[in-house]
Design a protein around this ligand. Structure first.
Ligand SMILES: Cc1ncc(COP(=O)(O)OP(=O)(O)O)c(N)n1
Ligand code: TZP
Ligand code: MG
Length: 210
């Protein structure tokens, strides 16, 4: 991972928003409030809409110095010059994505509840490893469940650890205490009445765990 990117904080993930202008209007206050990374994720969009939305987000992220990571699709990340891609078990090989995106790309791997998968992802060239879901997720109700101890166990891999799944400002502190470097959040930010205030509330969870 490139040294300028922060290794800690809120990793905001976009909601399935079909309207591109509205997507930008929803994301901008979250980035301005202090989110560290942005993932573009839209599970309902066509290929064309995903390309349109990812390309629309990129200049905003660039101007605010925030890396844009594309969910599921390293080829789209490469095509638009995004900062990286996030791959789960159905999204292709980490090693191939690393080869195609180059050494500086941020490449994330979903490891669910599986420390072995995290080791393999690290070996294959992942820049960060993601675990979860830690809590019931409104966005992905059938996500596999993980325990916070996994975050501690994965420390030895020396990569940033991302926690995901049903994380709110009220339940996040034990995950940070267990070693989560980044909190990956969709609904807790974008369904909040004030997403910028929610962003700041997540950031406060890091203040007590230096
Ligand atoms: C940071 C982060 N962690 C996990 C995921 C989930 O990826 P995946 O299992 O491929 O599921 P979908 O997001 O594709 O539904 C993620 N996107 N980001
Ligand atoms: C993509 C994904 N993978 C596990 S839970 C989840 C969704 C996270 O969204 P939310 O923060 O709304 O639970
Ligand atoms: Mg995926």
């Amino acid at each position: 991972m490139n040294p300028p990117w922060p290794r800690r904080g809120l990793y905001a993930i976009t909601p399935d928003e079909p309207d591109t202008r509205r997507l930008l209007a929803r994301v901008e206050p979250v980035l301005r409030a202090g989110a560290s990374w942005l993932q573009y994720r839209n599970k309902h969009a066509s290929d064309d809409l995903r390309a349109e939305q990812a390309m629309a987000l990129l200049p905003m992220c660039r101007s605010l110095g925030i890396p844009l990571i594309i969910n599921d699709d390293w080829a789209l990340a490469a095509a638009i010059g995004a900062d990286g891609a996030h791959l789960g078990e159905d999204d292709g090989e980490i090693a191939l994505a690393r080869h195609e995106l180059g050494p500086d790309a941020i490449l994330g791997a979903s490891c669910y509840d599986d420390a072995g998968r995290a080791r393999q992802a690290a070996f294959a060239g992942a820049s960060y490893i993601a675990f979860g879901a830690f809590f019931p997720s409104p966005t992905k109700p059938h996500a596999r469940c993980a325990a916070p101890a996994l975050l501690q166990e994965a420390a030895a891999l020396g990569l940033p650890r991302v926690a995901i799944g049903g994380i709110t400002p009220d339940n996040a502190r034990p995950l940070v205490a267990a070693g989560a470097d980044l909190l990956a959040v969709i609904s807790g930010v974008f369904d909040a009445p004030d997403p910028a205030a929610a962003t700041r509330a997540y950031l406060s969870c890091f203040e007590e765990s230096p």
